[in-house]
Design a protein around this ligand. Structure first.
Ligand SMILES: NC(=O)c1ccc[n+]([C@@H]2O[C@H](COP(=O)([O-])OP(=O)(O)OC[C@H]3O[C@@H](n4cnc5c(N)ncnc54)[C@H](OP(=O)(O)O)[C@@H]3O)[C@@H](O)[C@H]2O)c1
Length: 342
């Protein structure tokens, strides 16, 4: 038996990756609906190598009889249509920031806290922010063994984190710079080509940004409320793949060898760390891959129990589409979706 799956935001960077991921992982589908705004209704999107789906307007779509909806529009659209879909009996997995901190909505990374799926009260499950997902996948095996106390993280986030228009802006600015075009700045706050911008999402009263705040509060909700996090989130001129430099302090003593062993055994983590030229993973290497990669693992000699490392993942896959599909797979394995579809 397969499921009827709706993909909301199907024309976007994440939505297209969702369709690709559902097909690649052979998620058991009977029917797939591609939904977006009225602007792109009637366009075609690919589902696998052969199938083409005609995009339908979310506004007028009836979710009755649909089992799962993978949402990745903007937060304000999820605010209206995710509860509408859930109200029709369709289980929603939402990629936007709209419901992440709602106490009645589980915020889930299947390798880290699948148990949170036991309490789906509003018919909605939230997918965390892309930079949080890869960080908690890497922290989880270390937290289980050595108990993470404090994390200092700096991110190097690709432009695809800002959607398809962010990718277009980097492309157009880069190309334009070779023919002397003045850079047009629309999606980012300064020119992104040949630059780095220490500002993602809006500023908060304390001088941090909302992207930084998300990493703090989402880590607490997913992994452990006692973990202290300070983040600096930076946009870099890379198309796909987020990198993070982490400095982590633990309650218990830890050696590099023990940490390496814990990371190697962890689901979703791949350690690539040889101390030679190129013996580490970059965003280009991680593009199209499912894993969260850990490199440059070393002791932090400035504290008693500390480590520093480099962490990279494809933000459109593990940071968004893959994580959402893995949540759906986990729900199927737990029997939650089977009961709903029966
Ligand atoms: N990119 C990432 O790495 C990442 C990671 C985690 C979470 N997210 C979140 O996922 C969401 C989508 O991100 P993205 O990168 O895919 O953005 P995107 O490339 O800009 O795509 C946005 C999608 O939302 C649709 N949409 C916009 N307004 C709509 C409306 N009124 N009704 C129905 N559909 C509407 C768009 O359809 P049209 O073509 O019709 O405009 C498009 O399909 C965002 O909330 C983002 O924060 C993104």
């Amino acid at each position: 038996m397969g499921y009827r799956v709706a993909v909301v935001g199907a024309t976007g960077a994440v939505g297209r990756e969702m369709l690709k991921t559902l097909h690649e992982r052979r998620f058991p589908v009977d029917e797939v609906a591609a939904l977006a705004s009225g602007r792109s209704a009637g366009q075609d999107v690919s589902f696998g190598d052969k199938a083409v789906l005609r995009v339908k307007n979310l506004e007028t779509f009836d979710f009755a009889g649909w089992d799962i909806a993978l949402f990745s529009p903007v937060a304000a659209v999820s605010a209206i249509h995710a509860p509408r879909a859930a109200g029709s009996g369709c289980l929603v997995i939402d990629n936007t920031s709209q419901f992440r901190m709602d106490p009645d909505v589980p915020l889930v990374v299947p390798e880290v806290n699948p148990q949170a799926l036991g309490r789906i009260r509003r018919g909605i499950v939230a997918n965390p922010n892309c930079s949080t997902i890869q960080m908690v996948v890497a922290l989880k095996p270390l937290h289980d063994r050595f108990q993470v106390k404090r994390v200092v993280v700096a991110t190097y986030q690709s432009v695809s984190g800002a959607g398809k228009e962010g990718m277009d802006e980097l492309f157009i600015q880069s190309k334009g710079s070779f023919v002397g075009d003045a850079p047009k700045v629309e999606q980012f706050t300064k020119q992104i080509a040949f630059n780095v911008i220490p500002h993602i999402d809006r500023f908060l009263d304390d001088g941090s940004t909302k992207e930084e705040w998300k990493m703090v509060v989402e880590t607490k909700k997913i992994l452990d409320p006692d973990i202290a996090v300070i983040a600096t989130c930076v946009r870099v001129p890379v198309f796909i793949g987020h990198a993070e430099a982490l400095v982590v302090e633990f309650e218990r003593p830890v050696t590099v060898a023990e940490a390496r062993m814990a990371l190697r055994a962890a689901p979703g983590v791949q350690v690539v760390d040889t101390h030679e030229d190129g013996g580490y993973v970059t965003p280009l290497d991680a593009q199209g891959e499912d894993a969260t990669f850990v490199s440059r693992l070393r002791r932090d000699p400035t504290v008693a129990n500390g480590l520093a490392f480099w962490c990279v993942s494809d933000n459109l896959r593990k940071g968004a589409a893959l994580n959402a599909v893995q949540i759906a797979e986990t729900l199927v394995a737990q029997g939650v979706l089977a009961r709903r579809a029966a």
